[in-house]
Design a binder for this molecule. Sequence first.
Ligand code: UFG
Length: 316
Amino acid sequence: MSGYSVVVADNLCNSSVEPLRRIEKLTGQPVTFYNIDLRDEPALENVFAQENFDGVIHFAGLKAVGDSVTNPLGYYDNNLLSTIVLCRVMARHNVKQLVFSSSATVYGIQASPKYVETMAMAPVNPYGHTKAMIEQILADLCMSDPTWRITALRYFNPIGAHPSGLIGEDPNGIPNNLFPFVMQVAVGKRPELIVFGNDYDTVDGTGVRDYIHVVDLALGHIAALEHDPEPGSYATYNLGSGSGSSVFEVVDAFKTASGRDIPYKVAPRRSGDLAIYYADPSKANRLLNWKTAKTLADACADGWKWQSQNPNGYAS
Ligand code: UFG
C-alpha cells in the first residue's frame, strides 16, 4: 500500500467490478469507480469535475495482437481516441502528470534482442502501432507545453497475480497469452497447451520473453509517479527483469509451483512472433530506483494460488 486514494474509470469491456471489490477488501479502502468509456468526453469531464486528481495512470487500451490485425480501426479508435480525450480533459483541469502503459511491442524487430529505450520504435502490428503513436502524441504534448510530466512504461511480459490469490488475470474466452493458458491447463479447464514452435534459435527451441511479476510491475508505476523529472519531460522506461525465459522454462516452473502436470503439444510458429527479446532495465533501475524483486517461481506460485482458488476467474 502506497497511501494513495484511487479513483478508477473503466468501460469494463474486458473486466468487471469484482476485482475492485476485492481491492477494497485487501486494502480496507474504498475505490471510487466510474463506469465510463474514456472516449466519452462529457462523461470524463464529469469525473474530473467531481474528483481532485494529482496524477493519472492510463491503463485503458485493447491489447490482443491478433484482434488488432483483424480489427485495426477498432484498435486505433479505442486506444488513440481514449488517450487524446483523456489528455484534453486533464489539460482543462490542470492535471498534468500522466503515467502511460506502453509495451515492449513498440520495439518490433531490432538488431539486438536486448531492447533499450534509445532504439527507434519499429512496431509490426496495429496494436504495436497504437502504442507507438500514443507515445509520439505524448512526446509532442510535452514539447508543446512544458508543464506536462509524462512517463511511458514499456511493459515486457506481465505474469503472476496478487500474492493473496484474490486478484489475477481472467481473460475473456481462450487466452491469447502463454501464462493464463498454462494456468488454465494446470487447473483442468483446458486439455493441453499448444507450444508455438520449438525450432527457434534459443536455449531449447521455444520463444524467449522477459516475464515480470505483476506486483513488480505495479511498483514500477508508483516509482514513476513519485519520480520527479524536469517539467516538460517525456520519458520512457523499460519495465522488465533483464533476462528471458523460454516457453518450456515457464511450463516447468508452473509444474513445480502447482504440482500439476501441464500436457502440451508442439505446433507451428505463431505468425508475428519473434524468437527472443528481453529488457535492458538499467534506465528504470537507475532513474526510478526500481528493479524487479520477484522471480518466475514467485509468479508461478502466486498465479497458481489465484487460479486454483478461482478456477472460473471472478465468476468463481
Ligand atoms: N506461446 C505459446 N503458446 C500459447 C501462447 C504463447 O507457445 O498458447 C508462446 C509464444 O509463441 C511466445 C511466448 O509464449 O514465444 C509468449 O507469448 P505471449 O502471447 O504470452 O506474449 P507475447 O510476447 O507474444 O506478447 C506480449 C504481450 C503483447 C505484446 C507483445 C510484444 O502480451 O501485448 O508481448 O511485446 F504486444
